[in-house]
Design a protein around this ligand. Structure first.
Ligand SMILES: *Cc1c(COP(=O)(O)O)cnc(C)c1O
Length: 370
């Protein structure tokens, strides 16, 4: 008997992407087994962190890497590292940041809300966010104007489809900060598949979520310069205590990273494209629905299904159809951006063929025209 039956929980089909309120991702049996095995053992935690560091460097790159509770925690602890270095006195004092650099600069359009505002990750370290430019965009010159302030601890950039306005050229922004000796953190929480590009910008630290496309237990990875990663690890004696990784999460991360190393990326990509293409053909036959494959706007290496809903022929608006899918059993969740423009977007990456069949039949049943 599955957990849903055992505890009377709502069954869900997640076409919404790596969405935290739905449990984010599906781990493989291999990752689940490594995680389960860790639970019944004792370990020298420092050795586990060294193992994680070696595995991160080998599979994802960077000089060093570490694991913390989640990407949100990783943002806070990466900011803290730029404020304290490895000074025990400073680490023990946070979030009281008296005498430390406290300004964290970010482009206004990068002040994203991924379920809570990212600026709160900054404030949790005792720092103060300073937004440059506007929601429409932020030029490198506008960033540079603020980089002269002596109290700037770091520049925080976000690589996500959630950013607003004109794209900020990440490599140029990093170079501008480095001209002023300001370290740069990139929050690429959902972008572990693009880690080479993110590290290639020259950023000092890159943050990714291990439970998104890497599909391990919940954890945040901080990857980059060895000295700063050491300073992130050192936060454990301070605010990082409340953000520590569990032993089982570290083993899950290591297993997921090893699987990533073995992954045949071109084959994976072909598989994703074929899945989206098959779904698109079938969905496009439904009355009032046009279906297309769309690439991820932030450069992730897979496509999603975009359903255009013609309310006159479908008998429902995009929002109405999303609601009908959500209100059935199992609940079917789709991405909710662009609904007001008449579109529904579905991410298929973790879904089985049986789940795709179910979505298609529920789409058909939901259209009153039938
Ligand atoms: C998901 C996400 C986070 C938070 O990740 P958690 O691991 O859930 O804390 C942070 N930043 C961005 C841009 C995200 O998309």
């Amino acid at each position: 008997m599955g957990l849903h039956d055992q505890y009377g929980l709502t069954p869900v089909v997640n076409a919404r992407g790596t969405f935290t309120p739905l449990g984010v991702s599906r781990s493989t049996d291999q990752v689940a087994a490594a995680t389960a095995e860790a639970l019944s053992g004792f370990f020298v935690m420092e050795e586990l962190k060294d193992l994680a560091c070696r595995t991160i460097v080998e599979v994802l790159g960077g000089e060093a890497g570490t694991v913390v509770h989640c990407a949100s925690a990783a943002n806070t602890l990466a900011v803290a590292a730029t404020m304290t270095g490895t000074s025990q006195a400073r680490i023990a004092a946070l979030p009281d940041a008296a005498g430390m650099p406290t300004t964290v600069l970010l482009p206004a359009g990068h002040a994203v809300d991924y379920g809570h505002p990212i600026v709160q990750d900054i404030r949790l370290a005792g720092a103060t966010p300073l937004l440059a430019g506007s929601d429409a965009g932020c030029s490198v010159d506008e960033l540079e104007e603020h980089l002269v302030r002596p109290d700037v601890a770091c520049l925080l950039l976000v690589s996500s489809r959630l950013t607003r306005g004109q794209d900020v050229p990440l490599t140029e922004a990093v170079a501008a900060a480095h001209r002023r000796q300001v370290p740069v953190i990139i929050d690429g929480a959902g972008q572990d598949l693009r880690i080479d590009e993110l590290l290639g910008t020259g950023a000092d630290l890159v943050v990714v979520s291990a439970q998104k496309y890497l599909a391990s237990p919940t954890a945040g990875l901080v990857i980059g310069r060895a000295g700063l990663v050491r300073a992130v690890r050192a936060q454990e004696k301070g605010i990082g205590r409340a953000m520590k990784p569990s032993k089982e999460a570290i083993f899950g991360v290591v297993a997921a990273l090893r699987a990533r190393r073995e992954m045949d990326r071109p084959a994976w990509r072909r598989e994703q494209d074929a899945k989206v293409a098959r779904f698109t053909v079938r969905a496009g036959r439904l009355p009032g629905i046009s279906a297309a494959s769309v690439q991820d706007p932030a450069g992730l290496p897979f496509s999603r299904v975009r359903l255009g809903i013609d309310p006159a022929r479908a008998g429902l608006t995009a929002a109405g159809l999303a609601l009908a899918l959500r209100n059935g059993s199992p609940q079917i969740w789709v991405m909710d951006h662009d609904q007001d423009q008449g579109d529904l977007t579905l991410e298929l990456v973790p879904l089985t063929d049986a789940e795709l069949d179910l979505i298609l039949s529920r789409l058909a049943e939901s259209l009153p025209g039938r």
